[in-house]
Write a protein that binds this ligand. Structure first.
Ligand SMILES: NC(=O)c1ccc[n+]([C@@H]2O[C@H](COP(=O)([O-])OP(=O)(O)OC[C@H]3O[C@@H](n4cnc5c(N)ncnc54)[C@H](O)[C@@H]3O)[C@@H](O)[C@H]2O)c1
Length: 185
């Protein structure tokens, strides 16, 4: 079977998680390139995981015909533009959540993906979390009657850096709760 050549954009916290999964747990994929505007982060990850190509700007990734798919793990405000660039370059796309913080940008990115007829998956990993799926089953079987209120409590081990908070949309837009609420009902 031909291995999928995957390139990573964004070598921060979640980029590293996906990179390690690709290198150590997904034998069907080759992690062939990494880019980060903070190029030292990309260089460090590439050295650790033996990723052959390192870039500051993701443009060469989009131009490289040997790259089949891109993982967009950069800061939230960059997602929509990279989705569009990847779709226009004919790449399959995984993008971390959220696509963007306003509907017009999201619609534009999705229209570009549809026109290009490529796949796009957004990193709403809680949709695949067995605990949440179990709650969905219980709710859909009517075991708890008609739900009136959904209360979710979750915590990160430590607060993110302030630079992250400034561009992430804040706790309500950036975290999975609204998405999970939609999945339950
Ligand atoms: N699905 C999940 O559970 C989950 C968990 C954590 C983060 N995320 C999402 O992943 C994204 C990144 O989060 P993080 O915690 O890794 O943040 P982070 O700040 O640790 O990493 C983001 C990286 O993107 C880089 N970057 C910023 N602009 C760029 C550009 N123009 N080109 C290339 N690289 C660029 C930054 O230099 C940084 O290294 C966010 O959108 C966040 O919402 C999702």
């Amino acid at each position: 079977m031909k291995k999928l050549n995957v390139a990573l954009i964004g070598a921060g916290r979640i980029g590293r998680v996906h990179a390690e999964n690709l290198v150590f747990r997904i034998p069907e994929a080759n992690l062939v390139a990494v880019s980060d505007i903070f190029v030292e982060a990309a260089e460090t990850l590439a050295a650790e995981l033996q990723i052959p190509a390192v870039y500051q700007d993701p443009a060469p990734i989009m131009e490289d015909e040997s790259v089949d798919a891109v993982l967009i793990c950069s800061s939230t405000h960059t997602h929509a533009q990279f989705i569009e660039a990847a779709a226009e370059a004919g790449k399959q796309i995984f993008c971390e959540k959220p696509i963007a913080l306003d509907l017009a940008k999201i619609d534009r990115a999705l229209a570009t993906v549809e026109r290009a007829a490529v796949k796009l998956m957004v990193g709403f990993n809680r949709r695949f979390d067995p605990n949440f799926l179990r709650v969905r089953e219980i709710v859909s079987r009517g075991e708890v009657g008609a739900p009136q209120i959904l209360r979710i409590t979750s915590r990160d081990p430590a607060p993110p850096p302030i630079e992250y908070v400034k561009v992430s949309g804040g706790i309500f837009l950036d975290i999975h709760h609204f998405n999970i609420g939609c999945v339950f009902y």
